[in-house]
Design a protein around this ligand. Structure first.
Ligand code: ADP
Ligand code: MG
Length: 342
């Protein structure tokens, strides 16, 4: 049995002190981290500061019955880094605010921070501050991420033109199918607590759901290739919804070819097992945190053989609408069926 220390034994300051002790700073732009009234950051000359924030609520965004706190911490940082990446910026610092229900122990919160620490290390980001409060309910985590990009080089959703190529990184649908597996096993377990969850058969989709990565690697590669996206967004709600966001912001239509959509074999197998249409999983699944971006036609040759970037279609005049083109050549209007909060 691991140790269980009640939060009231160390108190708010004791907890912050413990968190502070595990943190090392690695960013040259961090002047001052945790411990004062505010952190101090020195942005590089000629750079813009990019800011994004995300709130994760227990029971809404994560379920601790099947998601270990360490993974929640890692994912919370990764999804914030993903937003910074989607601006073509480099993440530099995060601040983390948490409100904690009485059922959490000091060790549980340390698990959460261990996940965040691993992600900070992976993305070269400093945790420079936050806030800690009690909660009457569960756990809420709010992370604000800061990043930097050369002055004027942030990539918005609004820069795509007709004929630009639409590209996506990695593969799609995995995170959604991972969630289906977890929810099925949770239901089986609730019906009969003696059953052992069947998770070892699904390493790929579970990893996609529980431990997504922000595609900072692609941001660096595009820079090395000299390819500047005309518009970009990260896929949190699903390909269809995010494509519509780019179209709306850019004033374009889009054609996406179902045959070109990237799916991994393990994802395809789970879709078949659950009797779900793989195309629907890719379009509407969400939480893959891949990047969706457009590039000028002239970038085609530089990207066409990239192992981790797929050209899935192209922008078109707004009057043509945003369509999925089926294998049979039929246009089907894209619809945002991503996660609706309200
Ligand atoms: P204040 O009363 O000024 O809000 P706090 O006691 O809340 O100060 O915070 C003291 C220091 O600890 C600050 O640097 C703050 O950023 C940091 N801090 C507080 N809570 C957290 C947390 N959950 N994670 C990381 N840093 C935190
Ligand atoms: Mg405070």
């Amino acid at each position: 049995m691991s140790d269980i220390t009640p939060l009231d034994k160390v108190g708010e300051f004791g907890l912050i002190h413990r968190i502070q002790n595990t943190i090392t700073l690695q960013q040259p732009s961090t002047v001052l981290g945790i411990g004062d009234d505010a952190a101090v950051i020195a942005p590089a000359a000629n750079h813009d500061v990019v800011v994004s924030t995300d709130m994760l609520v227990e029971g809404v965004h994560f379920d601790l019955t099947f998601c270990p706190l360490k993974h929640v911490g890692y994912k919370a940082v990764a999804v914030n880094v993903s937003d910074i990446a989607a601006m073509n910026a480099t993440p530099t610092q995060i601040v983390v605010s948490i409100s904690i229900g009485a059922r959490f122990s000091v060790e549980a919160i340390e698990e959460l921070y261990e996940g965040m620490r691993l992600a900070c290390e992976a993305y070269n980001v400093d945790l420079v501050g936050g806030d800690t409060t009690a909660s009457r309910g569960g756990l809420t985590i709010n992370i604000t991420a800061l990043g930097q990009v050369e002055h004027g080089k942030a990539v918005r959703r609004s820069g795509a033109g007709p004929n630009d190529l639409i590209c996506v990184t990695g593969d799609l649908g995995g995170a959604f199918l991972g969630l289906q597996v977890l929810e099925r096993e949770k239901q089986a377990w609730q019906a009969d607590p003696e059953t052992q969850p069947e998770l070892s058969k699904y390493p790929y989709v579970l990893q996609r759901q529980l431990r997504p990565e922000a595609r900072m690697d692609i941001i660096h590669e595009l820079r090395d290739l000299g390819v500047v996206p005309t518009s970009m967004i990260d896929i949190s709600d699903g390909l269809a919804s995010e494509t519509l966001h780019l179209c709306q912001a850019s004033g374009t239509g889009a054609r996406i070819f179902s045959e070109n959509l990237p799916i991994a074999n393990p994802t395809l197998e789970v879709a078949e097992e659950f009797n779900l249409d793989p195309i629907m999983c890719m379009l509407n699944g969400g939480e893959d945190y891949e990047l969706l971006f457009t590039v000028p036609l002239s970038a085609h040759d530089k990207l066409k053989n990239h192992p981790d970037i797929t050209i899935i279609g192209h922008m078109i005049d707004k009057s043509e609408g945003a369509n999925l083109i089926t294998k049979a050549g039929q246009p089907v209007p894209l619809r945002a069926q991503g996660w609706q909060h309200f």
